[in-house]
Design a protein around this ligand. Structure first.
Ligand code: XIL
Length: 276
């Protein structure tokens, strides 16, 4: 017995969550699984800058409010996603050329070699945009855990090492960053480096979260490898699936989630429960 979230929490973890938003909160079969089996939600799109301020100074939190209201009335934790990201930006931000405007925490800021990605943020401000973002996020919320999040952190590779080094530099004089998020958009058979990656990320001394888990064409073994690696890493505090059902995945056609397109649990879901 037990659900993904309940079994994972019984191992001392914080939660097993999923992304959601108005479009998936409108599907009764999806909401039933989210309610019973998951402990946290991440807004899939509604808190991105293009959704909240598509024109400068004109704010729209309707989608974000729907997600937050659903989470609070159903007792779910929330991961805010995402403050500073080069993607899904409104045009007025992409075209900023001076330093008078910038606020808020960071997503996908690295190239694969571990250097900083070119973006309006790094181009205008250099690496200082990272500490500016974390300071602004802290000023806005004194208690939230503030994370740096990225993808392809799936082995102990150059990107992992670049991230660990930047976190240590940024936190050297005061602790600005609380945690490291690894998205884990994986593909079948691509899980061999996950344990080494989690161990390396834990080398920051911070908590580590798997923030957007999906595995294209996953076998049950791919999923259990990820779960076992998190269970074996004390710093690994949570897993968030990037959706519930294959019907609503952003990686459409790749069957990367734990419930099938008819909202039935897949073999991987059964295997994950058995592994916990
Ligand atoms: C994706 C959403 O799932 C899609 O609906 C949207 O069209 C594009 O963004 N990394 C992230 C997530 O941090 O925000 C992305 O989500 C997937 C990649």
């Amino acid at each position: 017995g037990g659900t993904l979230n309940a079994k994972f929490v019984s191992h001392g973890k914080k939660f097993w969550g999923s992304c959601a938003d108005s479009n998936t909160l409108n599907i009764a079969a999806n909401v039933a699984i989210l309610t019973s089996d998951f402990g946290q939600v991440t807004p899939e799109n509604s808190m991105k800058w293009d959704a909240t301020e598509s024109s400068r100074g004109s704010f729209n939190f309707a989608g974000a409010d729907t997600l937050v209201n659903w989470a609070t009335s159903n007792g779910k934790m929330i991961r805010g996603h995402t403050l500073v990201w080069h993607s899904q930006l409104p045009g007025w931000v992409s075209s900023i050329g001076d330093k008078t405007t910038l606020w808020d925490v960071v997503n996908e800021i690295f190239n694969e070699d571990g250097s900083l990605r070119s973006s309006v943020f790094s181009n205008v401000l250099g690496e200082s945009f990272v500490s500016i973002a974390f300071q602004a996020a802290r000023a806005a919320d004194g208690t939230a855990k503030l994370y740096i999040n990225d993808y392809n952190l799936d082995s102990n590779n150059a990107k992992v090492q670049g991230l660990v080094a930047l976190v240590k530099r940024t936190n050297a004089s005061s602790k600005l960053i609380d945690g490291v998020g690894t998205q884990m958009h994986l593909s079948a058979g691509g899980v061999g480096g996950v344990q080494a990656a989690l161990t390396a990320l834990a080398g920051t001394g911070l908590e580590v979260a798997i923030t957007e888990l999906d595995i294209a064409g996953a076998s049950a073994n791919d999923y259990t490898a990820v779960v076992k690696a998190c269970l074996a890493t004390s710093a690994c505090v949570s897993i968030t699936s990037w959706g519930v059902s294959d019907a609503n995945s952003w990686r459409s056609g790749s069957t990367p989630l734990l419930w099938d397109s008819n909202y039935r649990p897949k073999a991987a879901e059964t295997a994950v429960l058995a592994a916990m």
